[in-house]
Design a protein around this ligand. Sequence first.
Ligand SMILES: Nc1ncnc2c1ncn2[C@@H]1O[C@H](COP(=O)(O)OP(=O)(O)OP(=O)(O)O)[C@@H](O)[C@H]1O
Ligand code: SF4
Ligand SMILES: [Mg+2]
Length: 425
Amino acid sequence: MTLTEKKEIIEENRKNQMKSAIKEDSNLLLQVKNLKTYFYTEEGIVKAVDGVSFNIYKNEVLGLVGETGCGKSVTALSILRLVRSPGRIIEGSIEFNNINMLELSEEEMRSHRGNDITMIFQDPLNSLNPVILAGDQVAEVFLLHQEEELNKILDVHLLERDKLVQELKELKKEFKENKEQLSETEKEEFKVKIKDFKKKIPKAPNLKDVALEKAEQIIKEVGIADAKQILKRYPHELSGGMRQRIMIAMGLSCTPLLLIADEPTTALDVTIQAQILDLMKNLQKKFDTSILMITHDLGIIAELSDRVAVMYSGNIVEYATAEDLFKNPRHPYTQGLIGAIPSVEKKDKKLTVIRGMVPNLIYPPSGCRFHPRCTERLEICDKIKPRFLEIDDRYFIACHLFDPEYKESPKYQWDETEIKESYKV
Ligand SMILES: Nc1ncnc2c1ncn2[C@@H]1O[C@H](COP(=O)(O)OP(=O)(O)OP(=O)(O)O)[C@@H](O)[C@H]1O
Ligand code: SF4
Ligand SMILES: [Mg+2]
């Protein structure tokens, strides 16, 4: 069997799997259960993702938020099975449209990446090919994922061109038929007319030309005005913000079922950021795309997300609708994050700071990993890991304060030295 035949079979299988899966549960798109991804380093085992569970439904935006190093990117990379050695997924399941991604062969997995799931990576320089022009990289995405649409556009262009070619023929015929009756000056004028008309006819376009045209259009849409010039540059000839927008353009061009966007707008100024968020919203509406939006920025989460998962030190600690979470944050860590957002209303108030530092993931704190920083800490918090409690069908929390079994247990008494120490970062 040739490589092409093998690829075709894999692609056919993927399509069939997707079709039958869609029939089974039309709303649930991604189900991550008890995911554990560890890095086996010389210093020890980094438990970057340590028992994470969440669902993403069709056409929804799930925000994944948390401080630096809490495992957001590793969670995203695990979904795409792109975690590199010494990292490894050691437990859990990742079901995408009821297909267990962890059981697929590398080749099958590759056919899902880019087709059904795409990712806008946090680090655009490492994700773009340094020796291929930016325009060609974006065009390639269109060629791979939107061939049908490109062919339709190509047909329109070819028809338009045929019309012009036909008109030119008519013009030439007219000249030939009337040549004898024309004066020398009229003949010259006619010839110029034919020459000018010829110039109007573009060279016959091919699929790659149409892909480049689409690339130019999407590059403009992500806020780059001189898109034509940018198409002809290599990634290192672009600014960081431009590279990031090229990545976004590529992510948006695939029309995937799930778009994972890892800090997609961090390097961009607020106007461009707003434009990009609008583009994502449009993509979601137009193609029913679900989005996993990873960011530190709670403003973006509030703007875009339907639901939010708050991550701390390799675990999800609170999981709620965006509305619930911002109106009534219950987990002490989420309260800290929200209390730290500056706003006009808080102008005269002191912003809260979550004291202490993000823990080392090789030796994470015992019990609740947030206990060394938590102002609400109970006596048992450093001894028992909180369960993930379902408060209602749309609200989950992992904190002893909400667990009927522990919530009445005595509060931990912080002494002054401990508090002072914890502020030293
Ligand atoms: N290749 C690696 N080898 C060892 N540890 C790693 C590796 N990649 C990630 N980690 C560790 O895994 C943990 C989670 O990292 P991750 O990149 O997911 O954090 P993050 O939440 O995305 O942070 P940020 O907001 O800064 O992007 C960190 O402690 C990080 O040091
Ligand atoms: S379980 Fe305890 S330490 Fe953890 S967040 Fe809740 S109160 Fe704080
Ligand atoms: Mg990250």
